[in-house]
Design a protein around this ligand. Sequence first.
Ligand code: ATP
Length: 701
Amino acid sequence: MADKKQNRNPISPKFNSQRKNKPRFSFYWIYVLLAVIFIVIQVFNYSNPVKEVSWPQLEEMLLKQDVSKIVVVNKEKAEIYIKKDRIQRDTAYKDFIKKGIGSFSGSNPQYTYQIGGEEIFNSLLKETRDTLAAQLTRSGKSPLEVQKSKKEFPYPPSSTTRTDIWGNILSYLIPIILLIGVWFLIMRMMSRGGGGGGGSQIFNIGKSKAQLFDKETSVTVTFNDVAGLEEAKVEVMEIVDFLKNPTKYTHLGGKIPKGALLVGPPGTGKTLLAKAVAGEAKVPFLSLSGSDFVEMFVGVGASRVRDLFRQAKEKAPCIIFIDEIDAIGRARGRNAFTGSNDERENTLNQLLTEMDGFATNTGVIILAATNRADILDPALLRAGRFDRQIHVELPDLEERKAIFKVHLKPLKLSETVDVEFLSKQTPGFSGADIANVCNESALIAARKNKNMIEKQDFMDAIDRIVGGLEKRNKIISPHEKKVIAFHEAGHAAVSWLLRYAQPLVKVTIVPRGKALGAAWYLPEERQITTTEQMYDEITAALGGRASEEINFGTISTGALNDLEKVTKQAYAMVVYFGLNKEIGNISFYDSTGQSEYSFQKPFSEKTAEVIDSEISKLVESAYVKAKQLLSDNREKLAQLANLLLDKEVIFHDDLETIFGKRKFDEQVAIESMPKAQPVVSEPAAPQDEKAPEGTQTPEIK
Ligand code: ATP
């Protein structure tokens, strides 16, 4: 049964070979036919090039007695026949002879004249005949000769009625050909789309845009290309196994899962994992993106969902992969403002019905990927639809090493490159970031005309990805440079002196991207964060501004980025994590995202006031602490700032020389994560905070 269906599949080779034997109609034939007709008409016209003349030209011919015959056709046009001997003699007709065109057999005319009315033409001819007679008489011709010329004069002209058979046929045929052409065009558009693709045409609008990968379509990505993600790989492999050996699971009475949702931050390899499934699974794989369901027409999304499942059922057992499912899977009923019939909701409803509705979709498993499972509709996530959620997290040290190995494979590396070192330098990087580092380092090395990529190229690539492009040509006044140096030295000094602040890798005052300077830290990889750690991080972030105040007696706009981060972190401590004594063990965090659309705060006015005052108290006390630390170490701070002004980039070792060995280094496990704390030159738009900070290593970019 399944085989029969396979053969009907338009992309199956068997099907193709059957069709190849029969001559198939192509719409281009119509173009060819029209072109042939056009050429024939042109050739036909060319072989019969009758020139049209004006009355003065015709009158001259008549007076010269060159015209042998005039035939008026259909009372519209006069055909003029020139005497044979005149053509050979008179230079005026030489052109005809040279070009070899026109026939002088007497059966074809040489000229035509639009008469514009038979009576007028006749009277003109009569007048000309009389003029000719008078001319001949004046020139001394005998009356006999005059009489003869009058007789030979083509007056009255003969008259005939002719029907243009070809013209008539063409005038009937062309509209019919056009109609048939349009009809074929429509039929072609309507019959297309069964196998997906070509969805932009109006007739295909309701068809699913899913791309099909099956035995014949080679996908080169395999599980070997996906580094790390071992648990996720096992889960997806199991899904493939469900389809291949269903009885293994069902003989105990279990049911095959309907779907699995890959959830994780951007660039962690969700799409790559799905591609590997397509490459490894020996079942058809239909891939599309959530936005492929979206169109400006109402009902199209739902129709595409229906079509997708129809296709999938035909090809069962098979896998459907919907990337970025949040485009259609957002929780319903959130958009209370428009009050309109939401097209997206209709699409989602259809998806819900198809996934676990009345109809059975045996042998169809749906894989989907999203960055934000929290905003998805709960109905979509319930067991029976997406039974499994596979979390794809940012890679840890070992996984980063494995990802580096995958992406370093095609690169020409020098011996200085150490995968261990690189993976230590890149905590918080996603797989996509690592792929980017590898590519960027190759480009940097190529720019320097190197034969191999060296360690420094990787370091430059990491710096570039974290901080942006170096902008050495940015115009900065000496005073500004000094302020930046003290600001960055402030960050470096405070973080060096605090127990839980992230230890430093390097500090630079070379502008990068939007930042005028940056301090790069080595935070530990941790899953939970304590109050003290967050507090110390806030203090270190305020170190820049504190240093400015202590050294210049004034503060600047340069701390915008720090303040934004500090405020968010302090807010998260008080409102989300219950790390504040006054507010207590209460969290106003809403993991469902429902409150995003709400105007009301989940707390009272009084609590709001307490929150505000606690946040500012927290930040203020951290600021005071930062100032205190810097005042106590003012000389060392100045030394550090001057060194920074001198060298532009200083490292961990330089700080150690000035401040002495960091006493906490042994206690706090150091794992490197370069993290820019840039001093921005212009206010940046505040970021939309989706999740509380501090639950994981904070975002780099
Ligand atoms: P998004 O959610 O933004 O769509 P994603 O999780 O789907 O992101 P992918 O498109 O799968 O991310 O990954 C982007 C690129 O990152 C891949 O093409 C690959 O080069 C690299 N990459 C990510 N994770 C891995 C990994 N585990 N192993 C090897 N390469 C990886």
